[in-house]
Design a protein around this ligand. Structure first.
Ligand code: HEM
Length: 215
């Protein structure tokens, strides 16, 4: 695995620094079974409940980051997910979805972490990168698999749809440029890469809990 120099752009360091964690999260049993069509739509709905808790905390941190002179450049309305997830949950569970939604212990830990560090720029950048660039990358693969295997088309999958982003590739490039332009110092950049590794591990732990709930 290539080690990216400390002076490399933040986006490159985040990508290289999380490559191993990405492979582990991607190959978690629950993810593989869900994408292979071996589970049912309830397993996806349960994942959506967990993602609702995570994005609620992430986007609260984003609102705070709008007041940060450096950080506000990384907060995009086009990426906001919570309203879309809530429409998905209403489609998947009905209007009373909040009564049936159960946030799993690993997700609680993830939410606690976001609450604890989300206001700090390197940490916010790490968590936002991990989720939003992931949704714009592998998330599009996940969407197609959910459409193929679980009878979902548009309704219920709005989380994976970004109506305000015309072309994904140029937007991902812009996002990486904004990461690089944050001008984090060496210690801040190291902290961001370490936090992104934590973020991937928290996602993996959430998949482990979901795997137990959906064997
Ligand atoms: C569910 C199974 C997953 C699949 C099939 C998948 C697939 C992919 C693919 C194909 C890319 C694009 C790689 C490239 O541009 O060369 C990617 C990038 C990415 N994925 Fe995943 N992924 C998965 C899970 C995850 C998870 C769980 C996370 C974190 C929560 C994640 C976060 C990311 C990020 C941050 C990137 C952007 C890397 C970069 O360009 O810097 N992925 N993923």
């Amino acid at each position: 695995m290539s080690v990216v120099a400390q002076a490399a752009p933040l986006s490159a360091r985040l990508r290289e620094g999380t490559r191993a964690e990405h492979a582990e999260a991607e190959s978690e049993g629950f993810v593989e079974r869900l994408l292979a069509g071996d589970l049912d739509v309830h397993a996806y709905a349960d994942l959506a409940v967990q993602q609702h808790a995570i994005y609620t905390a992430l986007e609260r941190a984003g609102e705070r980051m709008r007041h940060d002179d450096r950080g506000r450049a990384l907060v995009f309305d086009a990426l906001t997910r919570v309203p879309a997830i809530e429409r998905d949950l209403a489609h998947l569970y009905g209007p009373g979805w909040r009564d049936t939604a159960r946030v799993l212990p690993a997700t609680e830990q993830y939410v606690d972490r976001l609450r604890a560090v989300g206001g700090d720029l390197p940490s916010y950048a790490a968590h936002a990168y991990t989720r939003y660039l992931g949704d714009l990358s592998g998330g599009q693969v996940v969407k197609r698999m959910l459409q193929r295997h679980y009878g979902l088309s548009v309704a219920g999958l709005e989380f994976y749809t970004f109506p305000a982003i015309d072309k994904v590739k140029p937007f991902k490039d812009l996002y990486r440029e904004r990461l690089d332009a944050l001008a984090l110092d060496a210690a801040e950049a190291d902290a961001a890469v370490a936090e992104a590794q934590v973020a991937f591990r928290l996602n993996r732990a959430m998949f482990v809990d979901l795997g137990v709930a959906h064997p």
